[in-house]
Write a protein that binds this ligand. Structure first.
Ligand SMILES: *[C@@H]1O[C@H](CO)[C@@H](O)[C@H](O)[C@H]1NC(C)=O
Ligand SMILES: *[C@@H]1O[C@H](CO)[C@@H](O)[C@H](O)[C@H]1NC(C)=O
Ligand SMILES: *[C@@H]1O[C@H](CO)[C@@H](O)[C@H](O)[C@H]1NC(C)=O
Ligand SMILES: *[C@@H]1O[C@H](CO)[C@@H](O)[C@H](O)[C@H]1NC(C)=O
Ligand SMILES: *[C@@H]1O[C@H](CO)[C@@H](O)[C@H](O)[C@H]1NC(C)=O
Length: 341
């Protein structure tokens, strides 16, 4: 058994904890236990498996936090812990996993911030942290992941200014497929770039740098506080297939010839969208099914206008105002019963 390099037990009906015996399989390179019904914690001794290249424990009922010892698996290329009940913080020490290409911790209960040290994991190509309780500022540090192909931080509580993507021109377009093909470790890496920062509290203008990511195929910034005019450079995004900027505070016009891709701009009360031959129409005049939502956001916009959000403030005070105004908005919205109006 000690010679076993690959343990592939996915889609079984294993229940109970991860058997400790697994951590004695010293030569193990791939541990696939996804989609079982495993509960309990990830064994601390997993860090003894120094040859591991892939850990896939996704789709179970695991709880507790990620043991710090996991950094013992220093050759790890892929860590998939998504769809569990894991919690706790992402430890700054995890930057020791500096070969990691795929980090998927989506659909758990992780909290805290993305530690700045993680910026050092330059090999990361796929990062999915969506559907957690992560918070804090998303700032330039995540842009250090210069090989990123897929980034989703959606459905968390991140705030701060949307990163600028200013110095990312050199993003590599070709995907490095994991080396050990025989063992079937290939993650389905998309050849395009997909970025999803939706449903957080990010604000600021549409980052110019994003438009220079020529491989950008999917961009979702919906349900944030993105402001300002939609940039003309939208036209230069030839690979873009899906753009969701709905429920923000964008202004200006979207010309009919700008949107070759499917774009969702609804819920931006000050934005005008030109439909072919019909001229520019305000989004509030759109179909009645979206109207209620748009109205609610319009209310939100009015409240924000009474604040100082649209003025250019120093970064720190802007954050404070943003947070304060958002708090007021939320308490108002709670009292504003949608069904009764
Ligand atoms: C396995 O890991 C545990 C906990 O980290 C440690 O105490 C133990 O010495 C390790 N065993 C071996 C054989 O490395
Ligand atoms: C998830 O973990 C929390 C504690 O972190 C626990 O209270 C809850 O019951 C767990 N849920 C499931 C479905 O296991
Ligand atoms: C980036 O965010 C972290 C928290 O996530 C914070 O500690 C750090 O000061 C921020 N850096 C900048 C340049 O804003
Ligand atoms: C964008 O994100 C929102 C919220 O996370 C989601 O509901 C929506 O379906 C996404 N849009 C697209 C086009 O994928
Ligand atoms: C789009 O249409 C506007 C006028 O409606 C025109 O000024 C602009 O050059 C057009 N852009 C492209 C890329 O065709």
């Amino acid at each position: 058994m000690l010679g076993l390099v690959l343990l592939d037990l996915l889609y079984n009906l294993f229940v109970g904890g991860i058997p400790l015996e697994i951590t004695e399989l010293k030569g193990l390179q791939g541990l696939f236990l996804s989609n079982n019904m495993l509960t309990g914690e990830i064994p601390v001794r997993i860090g003894n498996l120094t040859y591991l290249q892939v850990i896939d424990l996704s789709g179970n009922g695991l709880s507790g936090s990620i043991p710090l010892n996991i950094v013992g698996c220093f050759q790890l290329l892929e860590l998939k812990l998504n769809n569990n009940n894991l919690s706790g913080a992402i430890q700054p020490e995890f930057d020791a996993l500096d070969s990691l290409k795929v980090l998927d911790i989506s659909n758990n209960m992780f909290s805290g911030e993305i530690p700045l040290t993680l910026a050092g994991c330059k090999s990361l190509e796929v990062v999915d942290m969506s559907f957690n309780n992560l918070a804090g500022e998303v700032n330039e540090s995540i842009l250090k992941w210069s090989n990123i192909r897929f980034l989703s931080l959606a459905r968390n509580n991140f705030n701060g200014i949307i990163p600028s993507w200013k110095n990312c021109d050199e993003i590599v377009v070709f995907v490095n497929v994991l080396k050990n093909k025989d063992l079937g470790f290939n993650y389905k890496l998309l050849s395009s770039i997909r970025i999803d920062l939706s449903d957080n509290s990010l604000y600021g203008e549409m980052p110019d740098g994003l438009f220079r990511l020529q491989g950008l195929e999917y961009l979702n910034l919906s349900h944030n506080y993105v402001m300002g005019q939609i940039l003309k450079s939208l036209e230069s995004l030839w690979n873009l297939k899906t753009l969701d900027l709905s429920y923000n505070f964008l202004t200006g016009k979207i010309l009919a010839n700008m949107s070759r891709f499917s774009g969702d701009f609804s819920g931006n009360p000050e934005l005008c969208v030109e439909f072919s031959g019909e001229g520019c129409r305000g989004l509030r005049a759109l179909g009645s099914d979206t109207l209620k939502k748009v109205d609610l956001h319009y209310i939100r916009a009015l409240e924000m206008l009474t604040g100082i959000v649209f003025q250019r403030l120093p970064l720190i005070s802007a954050v404070k105002h943003q947070l304060r105004i958002r708090t007021i908005y939320e308490s108002n919205l709670m009292e504003y019963d949608v069904d009764k109006h």
